[in-house]
Structure formats: structure tokens, C-alpha cells
Design a protein around this ligand. Structure first.
Ligand SMILES: [Zn+2]
Length: 153
């Protein structure tokens, strides 16, 4: 079973939820999740499906865009901080492999954090470029991303 299928199965079978309304809910109704920008981020196109070489350094908000998939929103809606998503992934790992196991899970790109893409990739995904550019800016400036899928054109 693919991890994502397993994940959604777990969610749909779950009774009730410990996660109440987020205290950080903004007045606008948009909520956010934390995605640290690390020093090693070189702002390359990280969409494996994109036909570009992926070697060109992109400028977030100008030539670099953020793709927030519905799968990421689903994964992060009850794990918005970096600590929460780490704990959640560890819980899933232990459920799959056992608490004593050292086996790691390799998560697909874009499962736990948005995918940073070049313009070609953003157009191929039919993203709303203005929003995807704004989201990229917000990410690099605040290490936060909106908790909703990137709108499509
Ligand atoms: Zn690309």
C-alpha cells in the first residue's frame, strides 16, 4: 500500500480528533503551516515531473513559485508546526515499522512540504501564477505557507 493511501485510510477511519480549531487562525480565515527555509535551500525547481533541468537558481516570487497540493494540506492540517509534523511522521513510521525499528520512510517530494517550481513547472501544473508567486514570497520571508491548495487557472 502506498504511504498516501495508508495515510488517508487512517484518517478516514479515525474517530473524533484531538486537533481543535487552530489558535493561530487568522481573521481572514486563512491558516498557515510552518515550512522552515534552510540554508541549503538553493531555490531550484524541485518538481520531478518538470521538464526543466532543475539547475537554475530561481528568485522566489519572480521566477520561482510554490505549489501547495491538496495532499500537503491534508497532511499538514493537524500538524502545522515543524515539531508537530516531525512527531506525526515518526508516529506513522512507528505504526508501519514498529517502535523498535530503525527503518526510515522516504517521503515523496511534496508530501509534507510544498514543491518549489520554476515558471515552466507552474504553468504545466496550471497554477494561478500570482498566488503561487505570493506564496513563494511568504514562504521565504516568514517560513509559513497558507493551509490551502494553490488555486489553479
Ligand atoms: Zn522546472
Amino acid at each position: 500500500m502506498r504511504i498516501r493511501d495508508w495515510f488517508f485510510k487512517q484518517r478516514s477511519g479515525r474517530e473524533g480528533t484531538a486537533a481543535g480549531p487552530a489558535p493561530s487562525a487568522a481573521k481572514s480565515g486563512v491558516q498557515y503551516f510552518e515550512v522552515p527555509v534552510t540554508a541549503t535551500d538553493r531555490f531550484l525547481c524541485s518538481d520531478n515531473e518538470c521538464p526543466c533541468p532543475g539547475t537554475e537558481a530561481l528568485v522566489p516570487g519572480k521566477t520561482g513559485f510554490l505549489f501547495i497540493s491538496s495532499a500537503v494540506v491534508e497532511m499538514r492540517k493537524d500538524a502545522r508546526s515543524q515539531a508537530e509534523i516531525k512527531a506525526k511522521l515518526e508516529r506513522i513510521r512507528q505504526t508501519l515499522h514498529g517502535a523498535d525499528s530503525k527503518s526510515a520512510i522516504v517521503w515523496d517530494v511534496g508530501t509534507t512540504r510544498p514543491i518549489f517550481v520554476c515558471r515552466q513547472g507552474a504553468e504545466r501544473l496550471r497554477l494561478n501564477l500570482a498566488t503561487a508567486a505570493q506564496d513563494a514570497n511568504m514562504w521565504v520571508e516568514t517560513s509559513r505557507c497558507p493551509l490551502r491548495p494553490t488555486p489553479k487557472v
